[in-house]
Design a protein around this ligand. Sequence first.
Ligand SMILES: NC(=O)c1ccc[n+]([C@@H]2O[C@H](COP(=O)([O-])OP(=O)(O)OC[C@H]3O[C@@H](n4cnc5c(N)ncnc54)[C@H](O)[C@@H]3O)[C@@H](O)[C@H]2O)c1
Ligand SMILES: N[C@H](CO)Cc1c[nH]c[nH+]1
Ligand SMILES: [Zn+2]
Length: 444
Amino acid sequence: MSALLPLVPYLERRDRLAAVLDRRAVFDDVVERSVRTILADVRQRGDAALLDLTERFDGVRPDALAVPSDALEQALNDLDPALRTTFEEAASNVRRFHEAEMPESWTSDDGDGVTLGQRISPVERAGLYVPAGTAPLPSSVIMNAVPAQVAGVDEIHVCSPPGPDGLPHPLVLATCRLLGIEDVYAVGGAQAVGALAFGTETVPRVDVVVGPGNAYVATAKKLVVGQVGIDSVAGPSEVVVLADADADPTYAAADLLAQAEHDVRASAVLVTPSAALAEAVVAEVDRLVATLPRADVLRQSLPAYGAAIVTETMDEAVACVDELAPEHLVILSDEADLLWSCIRHAGAVFLGHDSPEPVGDYFAGPNHVLPTGGTARFASALGVGVFLRRQSVVRYSATRLRQTGEAIARFAEAEHLDAHALAVRVRLGDETRVDPVTATAASE
Ligand SMILES: NC(=O)c1ccc[n+]([C@@H]2O[C@H](COP(=O)([O-])OP(=O)(O)OC[C@H]3O[C@@H](n4cnc5c(N)ncnc54)[C@H](O)[C@@H]3O)[C@@H](O)[C@H]2O)c1
Ligand SMILES: N[C@H](CO)Cc1c[nH]c[nH+]1
Ligand SMILES: [Zn+2]
């Protein structure tokens, strides 16, 4: 039987990783067509569409889309006390981290009565998506909600797919209650994103939709941009493990499996200049998969979107990481800092042998909602910024306007926008249009 994680020489990586490099895991035409139909249905039929689509994709028709308050309370009462303590500690780490990234409003006094600045203000309503298709992710409640709370968002609305009882998973409900979130809806997938973006009878239209999800959720977020803001295309999970010859093959294999188990479309790639390490990791992956409950997912994701790429040099390995621009990068090397300083693209990095990626998924403080599909080239982790606007503020004075008004009016006239010029000139007590061409010629 062939190994689950294919060994690939560096020069053959493009053929092997076409599915990953082409970002097909998310940007898939078939998925996109289906998501467009779902979004149109939600826009037209509101709650009725949500109920029909939930029945179709989640196999249940909830009694109500809005989760009753007593279900949230019950879920928190039922939460295992030790797990509750861990959730609280994780939320407090995440809160501290996101408080540190909170920007502040500022103004500068430029003299002459001129002040310029930016007012930072939160959006009114945020929609949070919490995945639960194949595994409920209460950690994503924390990662979505805490930055929204730190930013000062007025209303937080959470959508998560229902289980067989018509309610989102109890751990998701308990975490919502723990964080003081009251508005929770039993709807998942692209239909949840559509509901938050367009609004329905039950789900209010929000200003930003954030959160991770499968290819349907991520594609829906991509398609509603403009209607609402989003954090990033946080689709099926990805990891690249960059390892040198001294790395522990079991660590490397486990780090790959930790992301590959998320989804049949998840991607896990080892990049190393050591053929011996690559062979050992491939063998470890096979050994460990057989011990894991989500082996069925791993047996699909690893052959489809995984690889152990063997390079000639560490420089090639570094180039390969940048080419993939992965959601997560784990660097298993004593030279982790040096290697990280050579890499440009990754959503989050885990440095050294004692930083397994799940530390970040659950606990350390940085956000686990991260850009996928190569979008780490331009997008960042979910943070307070997505819930904030920077509003520019200008206060000019009569003195400064007298000094600069004529130049500004001529700038406007050069663009043939004479009403712009007029708005300045009337304040200078002068309504005369100056032809910029003539004016330039005259000044020469
Ligand atoms: N990038 C990140 O930051 C990040 C973080 C956490 C999780 N994730 C990813 O989130 C995802 C969670 O996926 P999941 O499936 O477990 O849960 P999910 O909640 O994202 O998706 C489940 C929903 O998908 C919809 N769906 C399923 N099959 C469909 C179909 N054929 N057509 C239309 N809709 C369909 C259903 O409505 C269902 O409710 C994984 O891919 C995981 O890797 C990413
Ligand atoms: N690794 C995921 C981001 O790709 C986040 C997560 C949540 N729970 C476990 N893992
Ligand atoms: Zn994870």
